[in-house]
Design a protein. Structure first.
Length: 239
């Protein structure tokens, strides 16, 4: 990419990160600062953009994002949520295809992850994650260092979604937009599982057909646009 193209892509990713935080805030997630969204930098690919700490999700702007280096230091010295670095950096490092990573604690996802259950294709939305999710069966809910994040990345493999035992949901994507929409969808999927614990899943073949069709339509990236309209309104509010 040319310098102009790199700058345009960097701005796009940063804007989507800031909008993602605003969407989470509108859904009443992250009220305690519990969560993080990151985007890989298009030029310095071992670095990621993250909201400085502490800033409320509802106030996130592009100017509030800081570039986090591979060693955990920030380009301008502003503080970050260290847990975000411990969890997100190893995933970005292990997965060249991953542009965005999102994690926060949610009303349905977190209790579902404490129930020691897996995802089944019990709804249309659940089919998006059919054979595309993993389970992190580990008691290090604090994730105090990179070793914990590396175990998460290893357990995740090439999946898009991760259930962190007794902790919560995590999603990735080939764009930040895809990552955010996947996270919101995954929360809805876990809600359905919790509300209907004995639901009958659809067949393997039907789940594959639904998954492939939904993903071919770029349903996750398109869903992000609807989320911005519904929960943010004017996207220029983030800068």
């Amino acid at each position: 990419m040319s310098t102009v193209e790199i700058e345009a892509e960097r701005l796009k990713r940063k804007r989507q990160v800031a909008l993602g935080y605003r969407i989470f805030a509108s859904l009443r997630w992250g009220d305690l600062g519990d969560g993080h969204i990151t985007a890989r930098d298009p030029e310095h690919t071992d670095c990621m953009w993250l909201l400085r700490y502490p800033v409320g999700f509802e106030r996130a702007t592009i100017d509030d994002l800081v570039l986090v280096r591979a060693d955990g230091t920030t380009l301008d010295g502003r503080a970050i949520n260290d847990t975000a670095y411990h969890i997100h950096h190893p995933i970005h490092a292990a997965r060249a295809d991953v542009i965005g990573v999102a994690h926060t604690h949610t009303p349905w996802g977190t209790p579902f992850c404490a129930a020691d259950r897996g995802l089944e294709p019990i709804t249309q939305e659940a089919c998006q994650f059919y054979e595309r999710w993993a389970y992190f069966d580990d008691e290090e809910v604090q994730v105090l260092g990179l070793a914990g994040g590396e175990r998460i990345a290893e357990a995740m493999g090439h999946s898009q979604a991760m259930l962190l035992r007794s902790h919560g949901l995590l999603t990735t994507g080939t764009s930040v937009a895809e990552t955010i929409a996947a996270f919101v969808t995954l929360e809805r999927v876990t809600e359905a599982h919790m509300k209907v614990p004995d639901a009958a899943p659809i067949s393997h073949e039907s789940a594959q057909i639904a998954r492939d069709d939904l993903l071919a339509q770029r349903s996750q990236e398109l869903a992000f646009e609807f989320l911005v309209q519904r929960h943010v309104g004017d996207p220029s509010v983030v800068g």
